[in-house]
Write a protein that binds this ligand. Structure first.
Ligand SMILES: [Zn+2]
Length: 245
């Protein structure tokens, strides 16, 4: 059933002129074949686990910077997808969560813990590694979120994550919450949300090159922007932020 579902999704993604296939191991599951269904970072996939170049960029950075996963306490800010599957298989102890509407942080619904990254319920110094893929552009107070991740990391712990990066030198705020009310500063833009559906996650900001300064201002000791391997995924892939407590 799962295979049939994947094939159906693959056919619906296909743009025949852009279709390419090549022998290259998936960073997530080592399956040797990658497919490009269309000229889009979301449309390059491992046909076994569904990882795209964003997932693979993060996993490559984890392998390079946090190699001792099997003895690590790790926190990932989602409960499904290729990065979650990779961490679940390779990590000593994995904590994971979702932001769930109308659920108190720390509570569980159907085995999934609710967490709000602006107010995490974990004790200080809990994790060796925290990870997220394209989450922080949707966090209303990202600076507060960064300081919470810093708090729950152990000394020298790493925060490895992606956000869509823009060419602008400075981050541009698109929306904000003032006095409890949402205010748009630019026309609203949305991304797909795995729980809430297509175009349901508001983008609060477009990150620029100053993302490193935003993290350092919260107390991270070093922040590196690790470039992706341009030759690996038909040129797609992401710079990954690797920040150390
Ligand atoms: Zn794979």
């Amino acid at each position: 059933m799962k295979t049939f579902h994947r094939i159906r999704i693959a056919i619906s993604m296909l743009n025949p002129p852009a279709f390419r296939i090549k022998a290259q191991p998936c960073e997530a599951c080592n399956n040797p074949i990658l497919v490009k269904f269309d000229d889009n970072e979301h449309m390059v996939r491992c046909i076994r686990c569904g990882a795209n170049p964003i997932n693979m960029s993060v996993i490559a950075a984890i392998k390079a910077h946090a190699p001792n996963l099997e003895s690590s306490m790790v926190y990932e800010l989602s409960f499904k997808g290729p990065l979650f599957e990779y961490l679940n298989k390779n990590t000593g102890q994995l904590s994971y969560s979702e932001y769930l509407d109308n659920v108190e942080p720390g509570e569980y619904i159907d085995g999934i813990q609710c967490q709000n990254v602006e107010h995490l319920t974990f004790p200080d110094d809990s994790f060796d590694l925290c990870t997220s893929v394209d989450v922080f552009e949707h966090v209303a107070d990202d600076v507060r979120g960064f300081s919470e991740i810093l708090r729950v990391l152990k000394p020298k712990g790493l925060f490895i994550f992606t956000v869509p990066m823009h060419e602008n030198p400075e981050t541009v705020e698109r929306a904000t919450i003032q006095n409890g009310k949402l205010r748009y500063l630019l026309p609203p833009e949305y991304h797909d949300d795995p729980l809430r559906g297509a175009n349901s996650a508001l983008v609060f900001r477009d990150y620029g090159r100053d993302v490193s300064q935003r993290l350092k201002a919260q107390g991270f000791s070093t922040v590196d922007l690790v470039p992706h391997d341009q030759s690996a995924w038909w040129g797609f892939g992401r710079s990954v932020v690797v920040a150390a407590k």
